[in-house]
Design a binder for this molecule. Structure first.
Ligand code: AMP
Length: 427
């Protein structure tokens, strides 16, 4: 029978790669914890309406990319394409938002039916942070500082650039969209099919078109900057001052609008040129009207989401996963001879009790010394401990051998009662 394959764009993460993921997850959790953010978990499946209302009906995500279906009750549901909407829904539903300040983080899979390529998948993972109840720009600066700390911890700082923009309020953008649309209509011949459609539905998205021809047509177009209100302008200036004093470098990008409708005031993106076409690693901004759009009471809000796969790709290609994080097993315990099962289990537990931070694998399934040793090498362990019975029926008292699993092949045979201190010398 033909073997079934995974769905295109949905990746299996195999044990060796999981080590990189675990390393990244651990560092991320340390960084958010240090800044006082608490985890929130919410379902991968929500009512489609939630994403339509928050992300916006005329966005690529809602129009083309969601995995939506009617369930057995006839409810229209969608796999979450991003985390903010679900996070807001959950926090508001459980009374965490009104008149409160919250610092939350989440992690998990997101789903978008995009064209798969390196760094772009149909199931991908995000880490996100969301802060509620704070007007900013101090909280915006804090969130950006948090992301900068993460890059530093991961030793990726020099490969990432922060781009920021001031996108004003939804009303500002509405006025700007009209002006931009009028401008584009005069140059309709120079636009591609995509831009022609967007010119009417969501003209701001034409700004980040990848087509050179469209970018040429945009020369001299009205600038969003001249449409944004004073409050937003002030917020943006203060944010820049805070970033400057925190030593966080940034570049202003007036074309950065982000694909989701719910942002206001400042938006930002961390990008890299180490990944090829999919260079955005983290994106976010303020979204002060989203809670109300979803039926809650008006709540100030800001946050970002990081693409985990892209960070893993960076960490691996730049060789930034520390050696300790790549070592799942430290000691491989061999048991050569008959009926050593019980003693081998006991010894493994004794070693684990003394070295709880180490990975200790006990050989199962018998076999000759050489074949067990081969497995020990293949396991990636640093040391082998060999339990050997030379006389049938003898108690587990005699000697064990400790052997380095490297080219030195250094080994020493010790009394079993001496194994703990002796191992410490080898480790
Ligand atoms: P967005 O809110 O769309 O900007 O997403 C935030 C981050 O998630 C991006 O900066 C990417 O790093 C990552 N991301 C978004 N879409 C995908 C995808 N289809 N595959 C992998 N990563 C993605």
């Amino acid at each position: 029978m033909a073997k079934l394959q995974a769905i295109r764009g949905m990746n299996d993460i195999l044990p060796q790669q999981s080590l990189s993921w675990q390393y990244l997850e651990t560092v991320f959790q340390q960084v958010v914890r240090r800044c006082g953010y608490q985890e929130i978990r919410f379902p991968v499946l929500e009512h489609t309406e939630l994403f339509k209302r928050s992300i916006g009906e005329v966005t690529d995500i809602v129009e083309k990319e969601m995995y939506s279906f009617d369930d057995r009750n006839g409810d229209n549901l969608s796999l979450r394409p991003e985390g903010t909407a679900g996070c807001v829904r959950a926090a508001d539903q459980h009374g965490l938002l009104y008149n409160q300040q919250q610092r939350l983080w989440y992690a998990g899979p997101m789903f978008r039916h995009e064209r798969p390529q390196k760094g772009r998948y149909r199931q991908f993972h995000q880490f996100g942070v969301e802060a509620f109840g704070m007007a900013g720009p101090d909280i915006d600066a804090e969130i950006l500082q948090l992301s900068a700390s993460l890059w530093q911890e991961l030793d990726l700082g020099e490969y990432l650039t922060l781009e920021i923009n001031n996108i004003g309020s939804a009303e500002d953008r509405k006025r700007y969209s009209i002006a931009l649309s009028e401008f584009l209509q005069l140059r309709v011949d120079q636009l591609d099919e995509d831009a022609r459609q967007r010119m009417h539905t969501n003209p701001l998205r034409v700004l980040d078109s990848k087509s050179l021809q469209v970018q040429e047509a945009l020369q001299g177009c009205p600038q969003l900057e001249s449409f944004v209100n004073d409050e937003s302008r002030q917020h943006y200036q203060q944010l820049q001052a805070l970033l400057g004093s925190a030593g966080i470098e940034f570049r202003e990008n007036p074309r950065l609008v982000r694909g989701l409708d719910y942002y206001n005031f400042c938006v930002y993106e961390w990008t890299t040129d180490t990944l090829g076409a999919q260079g955005a690693v983290c994106g976010g901004g303020r979204y002060d009207s989203l809670v109300e759009m979803l039926g809650g009471k008006a709540t100030l809000a800001a946050g970002f989401a990081i693409g985990v796969e892209r960070l893993v790709l960076m960490l691996e290609s730049l060789d930034k996963i520390p050696a300790e994080a790549r070592q799942p097993i430290d000691i491989y315990l061999l048991a050569v001879g008959d009926n050593l099962g019980q003693q081998s289990l006991q010894l493994a537990q004794l070693l684990r009790a003394h070295y709880p931070q180490l990975g200790i694998v006990s050989h199962c399934g018998g076999g000759k010394y050489n074949s067990q040793l081969k497995r020990a090498f293949n396991s990636g362990a640093r040391l082998a401990v060999v339990l050997e019975r030379d006389e049938p029926g003898k108690e587990l008292l005699g000697n064990v051998k400790i052997r380095r699993l490297d080219d030195s092949a250094e080994s020493e045979t010790v009394e079993i009662t001496e194994i703990i201190p002796k191992l410490a010398e080898f480790l």
